[in-house]
Design a protein around this ligand. Structure first.
Ligand code: PCA
Length: 198
């Protein structure tokens, strides 16, 4: 079987749960040809890229799929690209709030996802879950993880493909807030369909 490193972020910004991590934990251990290696990612500008490179070194995956929440979105959004820029609207879980900083000084402005994000989006829609391909992973820790994953993997001889999917809030996360939601089951079905399309 092929090895898929799949990551989910821990809660942040004062929330008690992160549906990205909940969904990753709820996935089965295998999907199609993939054996899943699930890892938590810290919501930390400094810590997340390091946690990912440690996980890559340990798991030696054939592909990397990262999951985070974008609570303002009502659809599942595979990300087309990461950009070399940090603009933190809130502090990360370490209290860091960098403004207008590059992720990799001197690195390319944009790096494109190297998994088939169009096919993954189509597969999610075919599974009956609202989805669209996104052109922006934001400027917070999710974009930082995506960009630095693509940057790290590009340096290797036989680059491992990687992509990032943002998921909406669940009713649990949205309690008391005016946010669009999908159920955790819908989010799990969407990620499963995306993995089957890789
Ligand atoms: N979402 C945040 C960081 C962690 C997460 O799940 C983001 O979109 O950057």
């Amino acid at each position: 079987m092929k090895r898929l490193l799949i990551t989910g972020f821990v809660p942040f910004g004062g929330d008690g749960v992160n549906p990205a991590l909940q969904a990753v934990q709820a996935l089965p251990e295998t999907i199609g040809k993939w054996e899943l290696y699930k890892r938590e990612m810290p919501v930390s500008f400094r810590g997340a890229p390091k946690a990912l490179s440690d996980a890559i070194a340990e798991v030696e995956p054939d592909a990397v799929l990262m999951i985070g929440v974008a609570a303002s979105r009502g659809m599942v959004t595979p990300e087309r690209q990461g950009v070399n820029e940090i603009e933190a609207r809130i502090p990360d879980n370490e209290g860091d709030q960098p403004q207008n900083e590059p992720i990799v000084p001197g690195g390319p402005e944009v790096l494109f996802s190297t998994l088939p994000v169009e096919d993954m989006t189509e597969a999610i829609l075919a599974a009956g879950v609202p989805a669209r391909l996104s052109d922006s992973a934001g400027r917070f820790v999710c974009n930082t993880l995506l960009y630095s994953a693509l940057y790290q993997l590009e340096q290797t001889e036989d680059p491992v493909p990687a992509a990032f999917i943002h998921v909406p809030a669940t009713p649990e996360l949205a309690t008391g807030k005016d946010l669009p939601t999908l159920t955790l089951d819908e989010i799990v079905a969407a990620i499963t369909a995306a993995i089957e399309a890789i």
